[in-house]
Design a protein around this ligand. Structure first.
Ligand code: HEM
Ligand code: FPP
Length: 301
């Protein structure tokens, strides 16, 4: 039934909420916070308001476009998993053609804004992230290998670099460090959820790590990636990009993440997997806020 509906049998008229859902708005908002911080950290002077507004809008529209393509390409898988069963393309409220047209409009608008208000490098890097997530991860990696999210994670980790380059016009070590933090954060973020939803991924025949290698193996890797993430998160202080306030926050937030990864590994609390996943989101948000606050404190010292 779900497949029938997704092939164009519209169940009810789509509302703007269905189109908003296609863009994975909560994920994109957190990405925009990281790109915003990338922008602010790129300069000691103020960020031009045009770059702040239209740069982030451009990045957000392109990320939303990639998410909408994901909804179309994954509609069969999404119809099998309880978590994604009610998505607008699965339940037929938005047809695949309408969703793809929507994605196309968002991507063109986003690229136009980036070209008009930032620079060519930002537009190219954002396009590469869009293709990386919508085509490489969604079209191939997700179904091909349990390392899917490690490789595909690069696209989602890009926003701080996009923000930085939007301001400066060139790449440098500092934003790549921010990308590296998110890159190392992605496996614990996602595999914790994948443990919680293991049966659903198995039912949909998606080779996520807990399905192919078991829960224990996944928990060991969550712990290892969290350790790497913890170490990488200290580097902004080590290279004098951030100060003591950031260091204190990175240590405290990272220690808590390690604690969750340990609890998950030892299975010592109920619902540890979903709680670790939820904490991962709070962690990334707070870490980037710490980077920002620290940046302005250092400037005013
Ligand atoms: C390849 C990389 C990534 C994968 C595979 C992934 C996977 C997921 C999945 C499957 C969910 C859905 C959870 C649910 O609906 O219950 C989710 C939620 C979320 N992800 Fe990620 N994620 C990735 C990267 C990122 C990045 C880079 C960010 C932000 C910088 C992010 C932020 C979020 C947020 C905020 C949520 C919660 C959304 C909500 O509550 O609706 N994710 N992630
Ligand atoms: C231009 C730019 C910055 C692009 C980034 C695009 C983007 C929105 C990446 C999101 C990462 C994410 C939520 C992956 C989960 O996909 P999934 O298919 O495994 O999860 P699902 O089952 O919830 O659909």
């Amino acid at each position: 039934m779900a497949t029938l509906l997704s092939q164009g049998h519209t169940q009810a008229r789509a509302s703007w909420r269905d189109y908003l859902e296609l863009t994975k708005p909560k994920v994109v908002v957190l990405m925009l916070i990281t790109s915003l911080v990338g922008m602010f950290l790129a300069t000691r002077a103020g960020v031009p308001w045009t770059v702040l507004l239209f740069g982030n809008l451009g990045i957000g529209l392109c990320a939303g476009a990639a998410a909408a393509v994901n909804h179309v390409v994954d509609r069969r898988i999404d119809s099998i998993m309880a978590r994604t069963l009610k998505r607008p393309v699965v339940n037929g409220r938005v047809s695949p053609v309408a969703a793809l047209s929507f994605a196309f409009v968002l991507a063109v608008l986003g690229q136009a804004l980036l070209l008009a208000f930032t620079n060519e490098l930002t537009a190219w890097l954002t396009l590469a992230s869009l293709v990386g997530y919508a085509v490489l991860y969604t079209g191939f990696l997700k179904r091909a290998t349990p390392q899917n999210i490690v490789i595909g994670g690069l696209a989602g980790a890009a926003p701080p670099l996009l923000g930085w380059v939007a301001v400066t016009g060139h790449m440098s070590a500092e934003p790549l460090l921010l990308v590296l933090i998110i890159f190392a954060w992605t496996p614990p973020h996602f595999w914790a959820l994948a443990i919680h939803r293991k049966e659903e991924y198995a039912k949909a025949d998606i080779p996520m790590l807990p399905v192919t290698h078991g829960e224990h193996y996944t928990k060991v890797h969550i712990l290892l990636y969290t350790l790497v993430m913890f170490a990488v998160s200290l580097l902004p202080y080590v290279i004098h990009m951030s100060g003591v306030l950031y260091l204190a926050c990175a240590v405290a937030l990272g220690a808590r993440f390690l604690q969750w990864a340990w609890v998950l590994y030892r299975d010592s609390k109920p619902h540890a997997a979903i709680k670790t996943f939820k904490y991962s989101i709070a962690y990334l948000f707070l870490l980037f806020i710490a980077l920002l606050v620290d940046h302005y404190l250092m400037l005013n010292l």
